[in-house]
Design a protein around this ligand. Structure first.
Ligand code: ZN
Length: 156
C-alpha cells in the first residue's frame, strides 16, 4: 500500500466525470487499498478516486464504523433533509453549510464486483452524497449556503 497525493480544489481532475469500473484488476485493487490508507492518514471520513487523480467511479468511506468501499455507486432513493457543516480533504481546513438528504439508499459493487445495497442516515448519508458528487466532478463548495469557514475538525 502507498499513500497517494490528494488533489486540491482548483485541480481540473476534480471537475471531470469518472468512468465506471468494469473489472477489479490488480491495479484497481491497489488503488482501493491506497485510497483507504490515504483517507485514514488524512483523517477523512471519505475519499473519491478523482481526489487522488484517478477518474474511476470508486469511493471509500469510514464514518467510524469500519471501511466501506463502493464501486460504481449510485443513489437510488433519498428522503428527509439535513443541514450541516461539510468539509473535504481536497479543501483542507475549510467547511461550509450544505443541505443534504437525511437518508439515502445506494447501490454499489464491492471489491469482488458483487452488488450490494447500503442505507445511511445523517453523517453516512452526507458522506455518500458528497463522495458520489466527486465522481461527477462536483465539489461541495458548489452547494455551500453562506460563507466557507475555517474548520479543523470536520474533514470529509
Ligand atoms: Zn470531498
Amino acid at each position: 500500500m502507498a499513500l497517494r497525493t490528494i488533489r486540491l480544489l482548483g485541480d481540473p481532475v476534480l471537475n471531470k466525470v469518472c468512468r465506471e469500473v468494469k473489472e477489479v484488476t490488480p491495479k484497481i485493487r491497489a488503488l482501493i487499498e491506497d485510497m483507504l490508507e490515504t483517507m485514514y492518514e488524512a483523517q477523512g471520513v471519505g475519499l473519491a478516486a478523482p481526489q487522488v487523480g484517478i477518474l474511476r467511479r470508486i469511493v471509500t468511506i469510514d464514518i467510524g464504523d469500519g471501511p466501506i468501499v463502493m464501486i460504481n455507486p449510485r443513489i437510488i432513493a433519498s428522503d428527509g433533509v439535513q443541514v450541516g457543516g461539510e468539509a473535504c480533504l481536497s479543501f483542507p481546513g475549510k467547511a461550509g453549510q450544505v443541505t443534504r438528504p437525511n437518508h439515502v439508499v445506494a447501490r454499489a459493487y464491492d471489491e469482488n464486483m458483487e452488488e450490494f445495497e447500503i442505507e445511511g442516515t445523517e453523517l453516512l448519508a452526507r458522506a455518500i452524497c458528497h463522495e458520489v458528487d466527486h465522481l461527477d466532478g462536483h465539489m461541495y463548495t458548489e452547494f455551500v449556503e453562506g460563507d466557507i469557514y475555517e474548520a479543523a475538525e470536520e474533514e470529509d
